[in-house]
Design a protein around this ligand. Sequence first.
Ligand code: IPM
Ligand code: MG
Length: 371
Amino acid sequence: MTETIRRLVLLGGDGIGPEVIAETRRVIDWFARHRGLAVAVSEAPFGLEAWRRHGKILPEATMAEIMAADAVLFGARGGPGYEAIPPAEVKAGSLLRLRRTLDVFANFRPLFAIPALFGASSLKDRVLEGVDLVIVRELTGGIYFGEPRGIERLPDGTRVGVNTHRYTSAEIRRVAGAAFDLARRRRRRVCSVDKSNVMEAGALWREEVTALHREAFSEVELSHMLADNCAMQLVRAPGQFDVILTDNLFGDLLSDCGAMIMGSLGMLPSASLGAADAAGRRRALYEPVHGSAPDIAGQGIANPLGAILSFAMALRLTFERPAEAKLLEDAVAAALASGVRTADIMEAGARRVTTAEMGSAVLASLSRLLT
Ligand code: IPM
Ligand code: MG
């Protein structure tokens, strides 16, 4: 049986991005060698290094590779150095522009409690026990992109900063559809989160989600929650959630808030998907949630597990290899159970390791689980 070769582009980017992507590459190579994963992997410049070498943050050649790829695995972008670059160029090469160009509107951020990391979390064991939820965040609309926006000066000289929170029915429905679809394959519960008590866009959000649910997803249980309450419930009793559906800004806040479920922001993976084309393929951008962390960049101490778990999501969603995705997630759990910890998840009695040593620990677990 021959499998079509899929194209995967790696963008290390800035800060700790290249370090965590390098460890993920070792994992990808392992799956190519030992599990017959048919993938052509390439690396492309994006970020400050690209600016220094090519005079563009997101060079055209990189964009062409991205557009031709089946999936993109991205490290991080941002940090000191951007203030010296013309603002228009910074904007043209921003992560937001990349998400928007790819039209990856559905951002999946799974949060599952890993028993070996209970000690690294600020939450109590009894709160963490069995927690397994996914935040589905709308990623290409809302206040992140709404017009008008900018900093203006009023006739009397007062300066005013303006952003616009705006959602069309179609934007709400397509991301809601992604959440209901996911819930069908899980515990069949969606909690839609908004501020419909204050915002018209929130009232429309609730209306459209409710209508779509009635029309097409009645086998899924739908509930609604206000965003402020959701922030509290995520740390009070996260076990109540299966799928949380929310907008761009609330999803950004709630996913950082929920990071304590996994013990550290460094552990969080994500996948962003576009609409399916005629052949059923969807554009896909995989990225750890942590960002560039300039304070620890270049020291070899960053946690690569957010990036590695993002590749596990790629195995499931782009490469259609659910068994391999599970194998990788089990290998991460086994590596952690063996007691190795990067600085962000370090606790008494554990062995502190570097980024590369954590990568090696995952590879060792993979080999062990295979035999
Ligand atoms: C995230 C990040 C980004 C966002 C930043 C880096 C623009 O915080 O992916 O959660 O706000 O979307
Ligand atoms: Mg964020």
